[in-house]
Design a protein around this ligand. Structure first.
Ligand SMILES: [Zn+2]
Length: 95
């Protein structure tokens, strides 16, 4: 994920600016605000823009731990974000 410099991130991982835009760091509410989740440290984690929107858009959103397992399995197989991620690591926030 990137926080401030999309161009640098895109260049480093050989992504287009559009592809890299999906990997912008956001604040993910584990319990959505619409479900009563608060803006507190225990309820907010870092997630890329794509993942942040994806979990809550589901008809029956997975619990955070289940969603994390699903994402990790898919990442291990190079299938997530609609990008070819094999051999690349996007696990840390870069600025
Ligand atoms: Zn993500």
């Amino acid at each position: 994920m990137w926080l401030e410099n999309v161009a640098l991130f895109a260049k480093k991982y050989r992504l287009s600016a559009n592809q890299a835009s999906f990997l912008r760091a956001t604040a993910e509410h584990l319990t959505a605000r619409s479900d009563g989740g608060r803006d507190s440290e225990v309820n907010i984690v870092a997630a890329c823009h794509y993942c942040n929107g994806r979990r809550h858009r589901a008809q029956r959103p997975l619990e955070p731990a289940d969603f994390m397992k699903r994402v990790r399995i898919r990442l291990a197989h190079g299938r997530w974000h609609g990008l070819r991620l094999r051999g690349r690591s996007f696990n840390s926030v870069e600025s």
